[in-house]
Design a protein around this ligand. Structure first.
Ligand code: KDG
Length: 346
């Protein structure tokens, strides 16, 4: 064999050998089944099935099904069928339910720092909210849940909240005086609305429609798409575009359940959660636009807090906010504000 022929022959063999090993690699990867068991995941939430986030929950379920080759079946239960946010949080901790999404407000009962998201006018727009929530400070807050028996997977959007009521038009904070206003269940939301003169009443979301219908409370505050899809507009003729606060949702898994999942199974849930986040935020933002048109169409009288009014609210609430900052935890409030500033500059 000439030297040149030997070299070519060896090279050829090496190439063939490499191709064979690569092919084997692919084949062995295909054959090697992922470590995924057949499982049922109970996923409950308080919003209506047809809300943007209800749709996102079903989208999440589809992603999980695809990524797990049909082995993990996420069963979704909307309209508070499995209980209030707080009850579901506890069910997750106890391990009798696997997943939910809740507002950050009731989480503040366990991790006080979550109260930061009930501070008025924290984020100027959704872009800033995404930047902060998906950044290191948002992650730090998710990680604080682990010790409490919950896995905070990602943030989805609840959104900017607006006030409705059945008494009269509210175009200034002082119009809130004497209004029995349902607020989410934490100290920050309660103090802020009391500070604005409302008769603030904490209550779970699952009891809200009946409370509005029977006039146990006069009003409430939620994103526009919730006002539409939970049908609050049927019993609330006045809407105020106040955008007073941006509240996130946290997609939660039970730690008891999570700890029993394989790495592949965790990977499926995490990937689906992230993919559904993009879908959910898009649906939520589009949903708020269509909801406003829908609500106007259905005869709601719409008012708006002016920029000057929002500035006045900030000033009037300053002493209360200073006190709340201490209660929430000054380092967290400062860090979130600093991140929001960075997000604003982008
Ligand atoms: O499914 C989530 C709802 O239960 C709740 O978090 C919605 O913002 C909300 C509220 O007002 O309680």
């Amino acid at each position: 064999m000439s030297n040149l022929f030997k070299k070519t022959f060896n090279l050829k063999n090496a190439v063939l050998g490499f191709a064979a090993v690569a092919a084997l690699g692919v084949a062995s990867h295909d054959v090697m089944a992922k470590d995924i068991k057949t499982r049922v995941v109970r996923f409950g939430y308080g919003l209506a099935d047809e809300s943007p986030t209800g749709k996102a929950t079903r989208y999440f379920a589809e992603q999980v099904k695809q990524l797990s080759d049909g082995k993990i079946n996420v069963k979704t239960y909307g309209n508070g069928a499995l209980g209030s946010d707080e009850q579901m949080q506890n069910a997750l901790i106890g391990g009798s339910q696997e997943m939910t999404f809740v507002s950050t407000a009731p989480l503040a009962g366990m991790v006080k720092e979550y109260g930061v998201f009930d501070l008025p006018f924290l984020f100027d727009n959704e872009k800033v909210a995404d930047y902060v929530l998906d950044g290191p400070e948002g992650k730090k807050l998710l990680d604080k849940l682990t010790d409490k028996g919950l896995i905070g997977l990602v943030y989805w959007e609840n959104g900017f909240r607006n006030i409705t009521n059945s008494r009269h038009e509210i175009s200034k904070a002082k119009d809130l005086e004497g209004i029995k206003l349902r607020v989410m269940q934490n100290q920050v939301a309660l103090s802020v609305f009391k500070g604005l003169g409302a008769n603030a009443i904490p209550m779970p979301f699952t009891e809200l429609f009946t409370a509005l219908e029977t006039k146990t409370v006069d009003g409430q505050e939620n994103p526009l798409s919730t006002i539409q899809t939970s049908k609050f507009y049927e019993v609330q003729p006045y809407l105020t575009i106040s955008n007073h606060v941006y509240t996130p949702f946290v997609l939660l898994a039970s730690k008891k359940w999570w700890d029993g999942l394989s790495a592949d199974e965790k990977g499926v849930i995490e990937q689906a959660a992230k993919e559904a986040q993009t879908f959910q935020r898009k649906e939520s933002r589009e949903g708020n636009i269509t909801a406003l048109a829908y609500l106007k169409d259905h005869g709601l009288k719409v008012s708006e807090f002016s920029t000057a009014e929002k500035e006045k609210i900030r000033e009037d609430l300053a002493p209360i906010l200073a006190d709340l900052k201490v209660k929430i935890g000054e380092p967290t409030v400062d860090a979130i504000l600093a991140e929001a500033k960075k997000g604003q500059a982008l």
